[in-house]
Design a protein around this ligand. Structure first.
Ligand code: HEM
Length: 505
């Protein structure tokens, strides 16, 4: 009797083991997942890796788990790619499969669940929005139409700095004035508008709401509710604030800018093509029934986040590196003086004639990438990558910062050395012609704003260096370049005081 029971138990155990092996084989066949730390139930790897998945922490994980690894953040899959070949696969070869964007509970609020362009999935809506935005924003004609405006905004910065008490002795927080300049550069394109000063009440309101939006969206504070749906009720307060900021912002765009422009256009008797600003083109598309009013407002929202801060951060990083490397600053000034002539102010066409200026900009974007993980990508369906299975709707991060700062691919990458782009990396451009260097991404979802960002960077940095010696504040030998990262952004932590000594009166 006992023997029979033992026999039955052993048989049962044997069958159970065979079934378990078969199931695991079958599952293994269906999903060969990328390597990564072993997840625990419910939380996945979240407790192990924490919230702050910035480019440096993800680089450390890549060193441990390889060029492709998987993190399970609660219910969400996060795949991180850290080699030029895999970046090519995601952004180029399988650009359609990985061309969508992940959203999350907060981005869903700010984009009306993907009614915008930047954060929408890859498909018909995205194609239409990108097409509609191209003529008014992303062509050389736009650069030619607005470059005089950008040059005069940079000249106004130079004049204001000269007037600023103590700028040449105790210094000033230059970023504040440059922020006004960037708003003016973009609001000229969008609405043919500019703000007179940093104290302009409308500018202050706009800057405040955009700042809130960036802070709320880039924060890690809401991760728990995004990763673990049962915790979402605890996020109610946070999401309510997001809703309020979103409503106020969209209303501001509508009441003070879009509707104002509509009024102005309706009072004109003739339309003059040459005087059209971007929103006129976008409103034409709305009139033709291609997009609705919400889409128009989300285009304005997208430009406010994608264009202004990214370019401003890059200008700020460029200035910090020039202050901390006076020899590079001097070499740049010498180039400007010798190519343009002393005192001749740089204009947009000149930027092509100034290789060292171009190299300084490229090096800034390499070492201090404003969007070091690109904007997160996503695969709508199950996909294959690097020999692994990637479950549908995984968030795909390309660690572009590590691609451009990996000593296996770059000579002394930790050094700020523009010369590399004139010497061993002379063929590398910012437009993604080399998968080690993708400050603007590459492929379908790459940054269309590169065509505006590069000349604005050139004009701004060029004019500052031509007119001032840029120095750290008294008593300091260097500027603090501690980084501050967000969900996928990177900027300088401290907006430092800078001394600006006029070169010529
Ligand atoms: C130095 C300044 C800038 C940097 C470093 C930058 C970088 C980037 C990056 C890395 C992406 C994501 C690429 C990807 O996910 O594969 C992106 C997307 C985008 N950028 Fe920029 N950008 C800058 C300036 C601008 C400007 C000035 C504009 C507009 C005038 C702009 C508009 C956009 C838009 C609309 C997208 C989304 C494209 C899409 O999803 O199809 N950016 N940018």
């Amino acid at each position: 009797m006992d023997l029979l029971l033992l026999e039955k138990t052993l048989l049962g155990l044997f069958i159970a083991i065979i079934v378990a092996i078969m199931i695991s084989k079958l599952r293994g066949k269906r999903f060969k997942l990328p390597p990564g730390p072993i997840p625990v139930p419910i939380f996945g790897n979240w407790i192990q890796v924490g919230d702050d998945l910035n480019h440096r922490n993800l680089t450390d994980l890549a060193k441990k788990f390889g060029d492709i690894f998987l993190l399970r953040m609660g219910q969400r899959n996060l795949v991180v790619v850290s080699s030029p070949d895999l970046a090519k696969e995601v952004l180029h070869t399988q650009g359609v499969e990985f061309g969508s964007r992940t959203r999350n509970v907060v981005f869903d609020i700010f984009t009306g669940e993907g009614q915008d362009m930047v954060f929408t999935v890859y498909g018909e809506h995205w194609r239409k929005m990108r097409r509609i935005m191209t003529v008014p924003f992303f062509t050389n004609k736009v650069v030619q139409q607005y470059r005089l405006g950008w040059e005069s905004e940079a000249a106004a910065v130079v004049e204001d700095v000269k007037k600023h008490p103590g700028s040449a002795t105790n210094g000033m927080v230059l970023r504040r004035r440059l922020q006004l300049m960037m708003y003016n550069n973009m609001y000229r394109i969008m609405f043919d508008r500019r703000f007179e000063s940093e104290e302009d009440p409308l500018f202050m309101k706009l800057r405040g709401l955009n700042g809130e939006r960036s802070r709320l969206a880039q924060s890690f504070d809401y991760n728990y509710g995004d990763f673990i749906p049962i915790l979402r009720p605890f996020l109610r307060g946070y999401l309510k604030i997001c809703e309020e900021v979103k409503e106020k912002r969209i209303r501001l765009f509508k009441d003070y800018f879009v509707d104002e422009r509509k009024k102005l256009s309706s009072t004109k008797t003739t339309t003059n093509e040459g005087l059209k600003c971007a929103i006129d083109h976008i409103l034409d598309a709305q009139q033709k029934g291609e997009i609705n009013e919400d889409n128009v407002l989300y285009i304005v929202e997208n430009i406010n986040v994608a264009a202004i801060e990214t370019t401003l951060w890059s200008i700020e990083w460029g200035i910090a590196e020039l202050v901390n490397h006076p020899e590079i600053q001097k070499k740049l000034r010498d180039e400007l003086d010798s190519v343009l002539g002393p005192g001749v102010q740089i204009t947009e066409p000149d930027t092509q004639k100034l290789p060292y200026l171009q190299a300084v900009i490229k090096e800034t974007l390499r070492l201090r990438m404003a969007i070091p993980l690109l904007v997160p990508h996503m695969n709508l369906n199950d996909a294959k990558l690097g020999g692994y299975d990637i479950p549908a709707e995984s968030k795909i991060l390309v660690n572009a910062w590590w691609l451009a700062n990996n000593p296996a691919h770059w000579k002394k990458p930790e050094e700020f050395r523009p010369e590399r782009f004139l010497e061993e990396e002379a063929k590398v451009e910012a437009n993604g012609n080399d998968f080690r260097y993708l400050p603007f991404g590459v492929g379908r979802r790459s940054c269309p704003g590169i065509i505006l960002a590069l000349p604005i960077l050139g004009i701004t940095l060029g004019r500052l260096v031509q007119n001032f010696e840029l120095l750290p504040p008294p008593g300091q030998s260097k500027l603090d370049t501690t980084e501050k990262g967000g969900q996928f952004s990177l900027h300088i932590l401290k907006h430092s005081t800078i001394v600006l000594k006029p070169i010529r009166s």
